[in-house]
Design a protein around this ligand. Structure first.
Ligand code: AMP
Length: 506
């Protein structure tokens, strides 16, 4: 059995770095894939999010490339700037005791600084396709020594329209190389890349009965559109997470929710595409360091971002893309940790949620909204947690006023770092015992106005789009799921959903 990294043939300097990173033993995807790469085979890895794939290619490349060569020997293409930075950060940690240097290149970053770094002799470059191609065209990224090409999150690169650029990049790289492709799904366009540009690739699929990580407790709450913020606040008081990402579908909603949370004294920050790149990266860094507790974000933050021990993900909006659900909730429950994912669902969203359930092959349990008494009790117990929040807010204010003073001061001697420690609330989460929404008539959860994209999708799925088939197999699967489900409520609601779906299709 490959229970230890040393059993996989990982060399001592990398073993030492992995130990420092807290990687005690390889994950499933690591033990299955690393030996193939070290054996110089092309690889297609289909695996769920957060399973440890960065180390699969990171370790293999770092120990296979030539330390005497100063030109890039590894190129990793990723769909987002955030992921490029994160992959590079992980590589730097893994490379700590080797002589290899790594860097990330991505749009909105200063290209001249990137060129200078590349000139200084870099072994592995991670980057977004557009910027990588710019460097290749400018001659600042030489591809003639590249021995490893990694296409990370290939399906996402396809979704984002990068695939043509990826192909143009591949054509500049010597054919005598190892190509590794990582993707949660293999759509036909990705499959043609595999056929055209890979040499008899070995496919590794990490068996998982579901597309989501088993260690995530997934629930949803039925809420009315105009009560979403109130319920967000109530659920935060009940859950009291030490760290949490709240996902919204639009930038405007992110700003609104962020303002709402800060007005209520929470230590929260916003992250979306309108925020300049350097500020986004800074915010991510601060969140990882736990300088603040709640990140309100669009899907920009959903892919590939690691935050250790992220306790909770809240889908303030049901995601428009079904895959986004998987990626959003994959921010918690990483590397075997236990996590929780809560989704707020309005009457307009419910069909989208059912579609997500079909897509991931799992019934997301409907939870009861906490009663007023439970919320009151949690609020009373929340003082230490709320204090920890306000301390972080206060330190942030201190930081800004100190920074302002420092800027205006003539003697800029003392440097304030603004770093804060992580305060632990020490309060356990309490799950609601009573149900308030179930007593209300269903029509109350009827069709309020909601995000237009979601609405359009729901309408399409009901009236225009091709009707998805519910096969006998699916009904059987539903029965099996319901039979193994811990909650009798969810069993009956699942049957009701299957029955409703069958009825609707007649
Ligand atoms: P990835 O799928 O590469 O994004 O990794 C997901 C998370 O798992 C990251 O936080 C990694 O630091 C962590 N991780 C990866 N491999 C291991 C390992 N062998 N042991 C512990 N944590 C790991």
């Amino acid at each position: 059995m490959n229970d230890r990294f040393s059993d996989l043939g990982v060399i001592p300097p990398i073993l030492k770095a992995l130990e420092e990173m807290g990687y005690e033993k390889p994950t499933k995807v690591q033990s299955k894939s690393i030996p193939h790469i070290l054996n110089k085979e092309d690889l297609i890895v289909k695996s769920k999010t957060g399973s440890g794939k960065t180390a699969v290619y990171g370790i293999s490349m770092l120990q296979s490339i030539d330390s005497d060569c100063t030109a890039p020997q590894g190129l990793i293409l990723v769909p987002t700037r955030e992921l490029a930075v994160q992959v590079d950060n992980d590589l730097k940690l893994m490379a700590k005791y080797t002589s290899h240097k790594t860097t990330a290149v991505y749009g909105q970053h200063n290209i001249n600084i990137e060129k200078q770094t590349l000139e200084n002799g870099i072994s592995i470059v991670s980057g977004t396709p557009g910027r990588v191609f710019d460097h290749i065209e400018h001659g600042s990224l030489k591809t003639n020594n590249i021995k490893f090409l990694v296409l990370d999150e290939a399906d996402r690169m396809l979704d984002m329209g990068f695939i043509d650029q990826v192909v143009r990049i591949i054509k500049t790289i010597p054919k005598d190389r190892i190509t590794l492709l990582f993707s949660a799904t293999i759509p036909p366009e990705v499959n043609s890349i595999c056929r055209a540009y890979m040499r008899q690739p070995v496919t590794i699929e990490i068996e998982s009965p579901t597309m989501t990580v088993e260690s995530i407790n997934q629930v949803y709450y039925r809420v009315q559109h105009n009560e979403k913020r109130t319920w967000l606040n109530n659920l935060l008081l009940v859950e009291q997470p030490e760290s949490c990402i709240i996902f919204c579908n639009t930038r405007m909603t992110v700003d609104r929710v962020h303002n709402f949370l800060t007005r209520n004294g929470y230590s929260a920050r916003a992250l979306h595409g309108d925020i300049p790149q350097n500020k986004r990266l800074k915010t991510m860094g601060q969140f990882k360091r736990r300088d603040f507790c709640m990140l309100v974000a669009t899907d920009v933050a959903a892919r590939g971002i690691h935050v250790d021990d992220l306790a909770l993900v809240i889908n303030y909006d049901v995601p428009v893309e079904k895959d986004s659900y998987v990626h959003r909730i994959g921010r918690t429950g990483r590397a075997g940790n236990v996590g929780k994912a809560i989704t707020l669902v309005t009457g307009d969203d419910i069909m989208s949620l059912y579609e997500i359930e079909e897509h991931i092959g799992v019934l997301i349990e409907e939870a009861e909204l906490p009663s007023a008494a439970v919320i009151r009790e949690c609020k009373e117990n929340a003082t230490p947690w709320l204090q920890a929040q306000s301390q972080k807010v206060a330190r942030r204010h201190d930081y800004y006023s100190n920074t302002a003073k420092r800027k205006s001061s003539v003697s800029k001697k003392k440097k304030y770092t603004g770093k804060v420690s992580t305060a632990k609330s020490g309060i356990k989460s309490a799950m609601p015992k009573t149900n308030s929404y179930k007593d209300k008539p269903k029509s109350q959860y009827g069709y309020e106005k909601t995000h237009s994209a979601v609405k359009k999708k729901v309408t399409t799925s009901i009236t225009i789009g091709p009707k998805p088939k519910v096969t006998e197999q699916e009904v059987l699967k539903a029965k099996t799921n319901a039979a193994t489900s811990p909650s009798p409520d969810s069993k009956s609601s699942f049957f009701m959903r299957v029955v409703k779906k069958l009825f609707k299709r007649k």
